[in-house]
Design a binder for this molecule. Structure first.
Ligand SMILES: Cc1cc2nc3c(=O)[nH]c(=O)nc-3n(C[C@H](O)[C@H](O)[C@H](O)COP(=O)(O)OP(=O)(O)OC[C@H]3O[C@@H](n4cnc5c(N)ncnc54)[C@H](O)[C@@H]3O)c2cc1C
Length: 481
């Protein structure tokens, strides 16, 4: 039995926000406490009635339907490593490589993105010249890229500025905006290249050209693969039973530590501890706190104790989006698309920003003879869609599928899911704002922030961000006990 003395030494940590960053932070704190044999009580406080954020899966009639995130990048190892520690290693699956192609809408038709094109630039010019995606002038402009002088200064730049400067406006409008901008559902005039795809900035700096940089990367990876034996992962991974497997496994481990319907609105000092207050007026005391709620919520919580950090957090803006999942009979698809999906450039002026064929991308997403497809709607360039009713959004998606994919059949099922204010916008200057926030937050005792708002929106980045915050907080708690 623990002595009264040992009991009084139990430390308490609170994690605010039950998305993947918060769950990862809470679990990491538990792992550290167990390994270092330090008594620690962890409480996760979530505003809503569920945890996991955009990792949400509907399992119904043999379908595995993702209403939010549908996969994660495998080259960033943190999500898969967490999954393995949770015993989910055997559940990891990778994309079906035979369908690994993406189309882009061009003048109302689906055109394959030229082979070797990586987000905003090609490694090779041959496929670009054979593609109907660009005009002759556009192609010549791309071919000039290796001869465009590299920028010398380090100032941040927008996606639009970087791409038009190096490769021309056609690449921006027809590929980079829908592909690179689409990940962030962002406005390319505002999206920071340094905060989102820094490897291209690095290529320009190192090779004087992104085309040369992509070729060098290709050669390096070919050399590496020659030395590697055994199975190789594809670019994207998921779980057999869907993305929700990850938050579900974390929830099972964290059990009673999770408190839902806890909308934290403020924090203050009470002696040596933090006092977190909910909108209902309940208070939780903790020796250390990690806030993983979106930046606008973190701003509100922090404003009584760190107004300057709160002000900067409040400057990070967010976009809203929605997904519409539709199920069809295979026979409803006149010409089955052999691709993961397609993106829709803003200049096409359509009502969806992307479409994907989930049951081609991963095995086991739909029963035999059925197809699961999905459309992405909204983002910064389509805010008017988010003001539409559910019926109007579904009608718009069906209309676009009819025009672009010739699917006239009525879907068997439709699931619309809205994700309001869920996509942090990494605007030009984001990295210096985040560095300033981190500096101010580091001065607050036993406190950390984590989540998609800062250094990566992808799931592996959010896992890492949560775990790093837990490491810092745990060190502060352990050195105190
Ligand atoms: C539709 C969509 C599709 C995506 N697809 C992919 C994908 O395929 N692959 C990929 O890698 N990434 C994808 N992303 C991005 C990725 O899923 C997110 O960036 C990531 O899940 C965010 O995790 P988080 O924990 O930082 O934030 P969130 O998941 O937003 O969690 C924050 C939590 O804090 C809670 N909260 C808010 N305010 C308070 C408060 N005051 N008190 C207590 N709790 C509060 C919220 O309810 C929420 O649960 C997608 C995002 C969206 C929206």
């Amino acid at each position: 039995m623990p002595s009264t003395n040992a009991k009084s030494q139990i430390k308490r940590a609170a994690v605010v926000g039950g998305g993947i960053a918060g769950l990862s932070a809470a679990y990491r704190l538990r792992e550290l406490a167990a390994t270092r044999e330090i008594p620690l009580e962890v409480t996760l406080l979530e505003r809503g009635d569920r945890v996991g954020g955009p990792l949400e899966t509907i399992r119904r009639d043999g379908f595995v339907i993702e209403t939010g995130a549908d996969s994660f990048l495998s080259e960033k190892l943190w999500a898969a490593e967490l999954a393995r520690r949770l015993g989910l290693g055997a559940e990891l699956i990778s994309t079906r490589e035979i369908y690994r192609r993406t189309f882009v809408v061009r003048a109302g038709r689906l055109v394959a993105i030229p082979a070797g094109f990586s987000l905003l630039a090609p490694a090779h010019l041959g496929p670009v010249f054979r593609s109907p995606l660009f005009s002759i002038l556009g192609k010549l402009r791309i071919a000039l890229e290796p001869f465009i002088p590299a920028r010398k200064d380090d100032a941040d730049e927008s996606l639009e500025s970087f791409v038009t400067r190096r490769l021309g406006r056609e690449v921006l409008e027809r590929v980079a905006q829908p592909l690179a901008g689409g990940i962030y559902t962002a406005d390319p005039r505002r999206l920071s290249i340094a905060a989102t795809i820094p490897r291209f900035v690095e290529m320009e700096r190192r090779y004087g050209s992104v085309i040369k940089g992509l070729r060098a990367a290709e050669q390096a990876s070919a050399a590496k693969n020659r030395d590697v034996s055994g199975a190789r992962w594809s670019m994207f991974q998921s779980f057999k039973a869907g993305m929700a497997s990850l938050p579900e496994a974390l929830t099972a481990k964290l059990g009673g530590s999770i408190r839902k319907s806890a909308d934290i609105v403020a924090m203050s000092r009470e002696g040596a501890r933090w006092r977190l207050v909910t909108s209902a007026g309940d208070a939780t005391l903790a020796d250390a706190v990690i806030v993983t709620a979106p930046a606008y919520a973190a701003a509100r919580i922090l404003s009584p104790v760190a107004p300057r950090a709160a002000n900067l957090l409040g400057q990070i803006s967010y976009a809203s989006a929605a997904t519409v999942n539709l199920t069809f009979k295979e026979s409803d698809f006149p010409a089955p698309p052999e691709a993961f999906g397609f993106v829709v450039p803003a200049i096409e002026r359509r009502k969806i920003i992307a479409g994907s064929f989930s049951s081609l991308k991963f095995e086991g997403r739909a029963p035999n003879g059925a197809v699961l497809a999905r459309a992405f709607v909204g983002g910064v360039l389509q805010t008017e869609m988010m003001r539409s009713s559910d019926d109007e959004i579904v009608a718009a998606v069906r209309d676009e599928f009819r025009t672009l994919l010739a699917i006239i059949a009525t879907p068997q099922t439709v699931d619309l899911r809205r994700w309001p204010d869920s996509m942090p916008q990494y605007e030009v200057g984001h990295l210096s704002r985040v560095a300033e926030i981190e500096k101010l937050v580091a001065e607050i005792p036993a406190f950390a922030i984590a989540g998609a708002a800062y250094r990566g929106v992808g799931i592996p980045d959010c896992v890492r961000s949560g775990e790093q915050a837990a490491d810092r907080i745990f060190d502060a708690l352990a050195s105190d006990s």
